[in-house]
Design a protein around this ligand. Structure first.
Ligand code: ZN
Length: 281
């Protein structure tokens, strides 16, 4: 079984819709001046079927315009209704919206959302030290036991659209403030996992997972072996960032791992986060 922990879908008319609503700066950065493409839920399901992927987490982006976020959240929730056994919907909010953010999160949870994300601190102007702004979202996520997927990026290396500046230092401050929350750091947490060799980092990251989204664009494939040794395969979640990267490419880079590690990474860890127990699911 394979579960993809990091995919993005959007409705086909999304570009037009977000323009009507006054535009969203995140969408503009990611899709207007770059070759990045968006895909619909239907396309994702096709690709999952072709690649033997049983389930996918469908994420939003780090939206800034709440009306734009609602279109994206509703789309994820509607696609989940169409493919309830195949999709695990997350919703995206910006904690700066205050009460409105919490209301939107509660609305999405009522309709079946299972997590928050992908948050993008740089694009959303979020200071990961700002307890006052973050607390309401983090407390609700903690009481509902839902994970938060947050974008991470390397403090060195090449630039790419949406890279941002959420490096290991900022992400460490964040996980230190919220040790009881389940936090999935996307893109290997911008390299935070390497600092798990430090005792104090390891100590606060008990509920932290690292996802493998876009690995092939960022690291040598040796990272899989090294990461398993550093943090253990129970803390790594297979994710592609599809449509940016295909499952085939990342799975191919993982093939030297032992079977137990591959199983943990490709489905067991997500199954345990969401209590997916039944074998045929
Ligand atoms: Zn990301």
């Amino acid at each position: 079984m394979i579960i993809d922990g990091h995919t993005h879908i959007l409705p086909s008319n999304f570009s037009l819709e977000q323009k009507k609503l006054g535009k969203d700066s995140t969408f503009e950065e990611l899709f207007t001046n770059s070759k990045s493409k968006t895909i619909t839920g239907q396309k994702l399901i096709q690709s999952m079927d072709n690649n033997n992927i049983r389930k996918s987490i469908i994420l939003g982006y780090g939206w800034n315009n709440i009306e734009v976020a609602k279109i994206s959240n509703n789309y994820n929730l509607n696609q989940y209704k169409l493919f309830p056994n195949k999709l695990i919907p997350f919703c995206s909010i910006n904690p700066h919206w205050g009460n409105k953010a919490i209301k939107e999160l509660e609305r999405c949870l009522r309709k079946g959302a299972r997590g928050i994300g992908e948050l993008h601190p740089t694009n959303q102007f979020l200071n990961l030290n700002d307890k006052k702004v973050l607390d309401p979202m983090m407390k609700l996520a903690c009481s509902e036991k839902i994970p938060i997927t947050i974008h991470g990026s390397e403090p060195v290396g090449h630039k790419y659209p949406g890279k941002g500046e959420s490096g290991p230092k900022k992400l460490f401050n964040f996980i230190e403030m919220y040790p009881d929350n389940i936090i999935i750091l996307a893109h290997w947490g911008g390299g935070l996992l390497f600092y798990e060799l430090m005792k104090e980092v390891k100590k606060v990251s008990e509920n932290v997972y690292y996802d493998t989204a876009t690995t092939s664009f960022l690291y040598d494939s040796k990272i899989f072996k090294i990461a398993c040794e550093l943090v253990g395969s129970k803390k790594i979640i297979f994710g592609t960032d599809y449509p940016l990267l295909t499952a085939k490419r990342i799975l191919n880079e993982m093939k030297e791992l032992n079977q137990e590690d591959i199983k943990n990474i490709t489905y067991k860890n997500i199954k345990s986060i969401f209590n997916i127990n039944y074998e045929n699911e």
